[in-house]
Design a protein around this ligand. Structure first.
Ligand SMILES: Cc1cc2nc3c(=O)[nH]c(=O)nc-3n(C[C@H](O)[C@H](O)[C@H](O)COP(=O)(O)O)c2cc1C
Length: 173
């Protein structure tokens, strides 16, 4: 069985951290959910539009390559923090494909404060078996050893779940 890292990213921060996490974790499939709803590039209108969609619902269109969720026993979700909340596509996909039992890790990126994002996502998705959750501030330097240390700590419980096939064979003997 494998691990899936499923994430949303509009401006690239969550994407960058997803790649860092995947590199630390090793054998993992990385899937980005693409937002199809038109997001304004103007910062003010971007905040107004995303804020409206997060707070008052109304749905956010998204597109994702077809995924065989049966292949995975562990799913890690990644999201930007929007108004202290998680990205709506993360929540709607978890519900649509009934992924709650498989979600073992949550990571988010934010500008200054993760707010209530973890409890919001867990509550909305009815997830209650999260082993690890972590947030990264967008301005964290990617070269910073502290960031890598935090990523390594975050992925460590998942390492045994993501053994390569060769390692799995050795364990079976
Ligand atoms: C509409 C909107 C709302 C945001 N709300 C918050 C917030 O509540 N707290 C916070 O720390 N950062 C907030 N941010 C900043 C983003 O969480 C941060 O830039 C994040 O890393 C973006 O991820 P992305 O580049 O993967 O899209 C917000 C950004 C936008 C556009």
């Amino acid at each position: 069985m494998r691990t899936l890292l499923l994430y949303v990213s509009v401006t690239g921060q969550t994407h960058a951290f997803a790649q860092r996490i995947a590199a630390s974790l090793g054998n993992v499939d990385l899937v980005r959910i693409k937002i199809k709803t038109q997001i304004p590039t103007n910062e003010f209108w971007k905040i107004v539009k995303i804020g409206f969609l997060v707070w008052w619902g109304g749905g956010m269109k998204y597109e994702v390559q077809s995924i065989d969720f049966d292949k995975y026993d562990t799913i890690i979700l990644g999201s930007p923090v929007w108004m202290g909340r998680g990205a709506p596509p993360i929540i709607s996909m978890t519900k649509k494909y009934n992924l709650k039992e498989k979600i073992k890790g949550l990571f988010v990126t934010c500008g200054y404060d993760p707010g209530i994002v973890f409890s919001d996502v867990k509550k909305k998705c009815k997830i209650n078996d999260v082993k690890q959750e972590i947030y990264f501030i967008s301005l964290d330097s990617f070269e910073d050893k502290e960031v890598q240390k935090r990523i390594d700590e975050f992925v460590s419980p998942f390492k045994s779940d993501t053994l390569t096939s060769k390692e799995s064979l050795l364990h079976e003997k």
